[in-house]
Design a protein around this ligand. Structure first.
Ligand code: ADP
Ligand code: MG
Length: 332
């Protein structure tokens, strides 16, 4: 099969996307597929350039705003249709994270171009990127969520806030712009920080306890995993620096709780009308109650990322996972 891996882009999660791409490319080539690479910010990357242009390691922080702005002046997403590796592919594999690559923008462009692409369509992608709308749909589907309020545009809160509280941009990822606020003095700076990353910001009840994640593939839940970050929350550094979090697949849980997390993951996946795969994040409170945090439509795809671990724990090796994701690409 001719597969073109779309990666890079101009979101804060650009480095994460590049790291995923390197491994997806290798996995698909190991299965005999003809694979090309396109950086949606810079265009076609020749095979000789792949090694130099695509870092396999993510930094401790997202790229600077200046770097992202520089990239934004590069290739326009609208001109993707001009690239032969895109027009001529059987499937476009989306190794993109955050921003236009994950929020439905690129998915809409690809619908127009008409080449099948992996992951969720534009609607599901946009819903999952918007945590406020996701939570409303999760609630409607019977998936429990932490209580939340949206910060008004004036940034003046009407009622006193119970602490600790999580302040987060509604449409971001990789814990960028998110703060665990424990004292009232921290609240305003946390809100201002979140607004630097999005025009909508939420305050969410802090759920103490454990961090779980569940992969979903072809309508079924994969293994439940537990993440034990070195920091209090699963932040950017813990997500992408080796050794900064312990990840246990399958999680050591009572069978009843693991099965419930799997059931809720599939419900959450369908509530947002997602494609053939996703990864759903949860908190598990000390009382044993599960709270769905969010759905990730384009989760990290290095061989040691969470979704691949969730698949490996039920006997799906990484190259097979990549192939099954290709097989589930959107068809016209
Ligand atoms: N309500 C919450 N209670 C406790 N921890 C939270 C809460 N919301 C977020 N976190 C922590 O922050 C991390 C990132 O939050 P999440 O909502 O998944 O956003 P992102 O899209 O940035 O991954 C979570 O994995 C968790 O560790
Ligand atoms: Mg998350």
């Amino acid at each position: 099969m001719k597969v073109t891996v779309l990666t890079g882009g101009t979101s804060a999660e650009r480095d994460v996307a590049l790291a995923s791409a390197v491994q997806v490319v290798a996995a698909l080539r190991s299965r005999g597929h003809q694979v090309s690479v396109v950086d949606t910010a810079r265009g076609y990357i020749s095979e000789e350039d792949e090694a130099t242009l695509v870092p396999s390691k993510v930094g401790t922080k997202p790229p600077t705003t200046a770097r992202l702005e520089e990239l934004q002046r590069g290739v326009l997403v609208g001109s993707l249709s001009q690239i032969p590796a895109i027009k001529g592919a059987d499937v476009l594999f989306l190794a993109l994270h955050g921003g236009a690559g994950e929020d439905g923008t690129i998915q809409s462009v690809l619908e127009v171009i008409g080449v099948p692409y992996t992951g969720s369509r534009a609607l599901g992608s946009a819903l999952a990127m918007d945590k406020d709308l996701s939570k409303k749909l999760f609630e409607a589907a019977g998936v429990p969520v932490a209580k939340w309020i949206m910060v008004p545009p004036s940034r003046a809160l009407e009622a006193p806030v119970a602490l600790p509280v999580i302040v987060k941009p509604s449409k971001q990822g990789s814990t960028v712009g998110l703060t665990l606020v424990k004292s009232i003095e921290q609240l305003k700076p946390a809100i201002d920080l979140a607004f630097q990353h999005d025009d909508e910001v939420m305050l969410e009840e802090f759920i103490p306890g454990r961090e779980l994640t569940v992969g979903v593939l072809d309508g079924k839940a994969l293994a439940v995993g537990e993440i034990i970050p070195k920091h209090e929350i699963f932040d950017y550094e813990c997500k992408y620096q080796p050794g900064m979090s312990e990840e246990i697949f399958p999680a050591k849980l009572e069978d009843k709780i693991a099965k419930e997390a799997q059931r809720l993951a599939v419900l959450a996946h369908h509530a947002l009308k997602l494609g053939n795969y996703s990864r759903i994040d949860f908190r598990l409170s000390p009382e044993g109650k599960l709270y769905c945090l969010e759905a990730n439509t384009l989760p990290g795809m290095t061989a040691t990322s969470l979704l691949p671990q969730s698949g490996a724990a039920v006997g799906i090796p990484f190259p097979e996972l990549c192939e099954r994701i290709c097989a589930g690409a959107t068809r016209q």
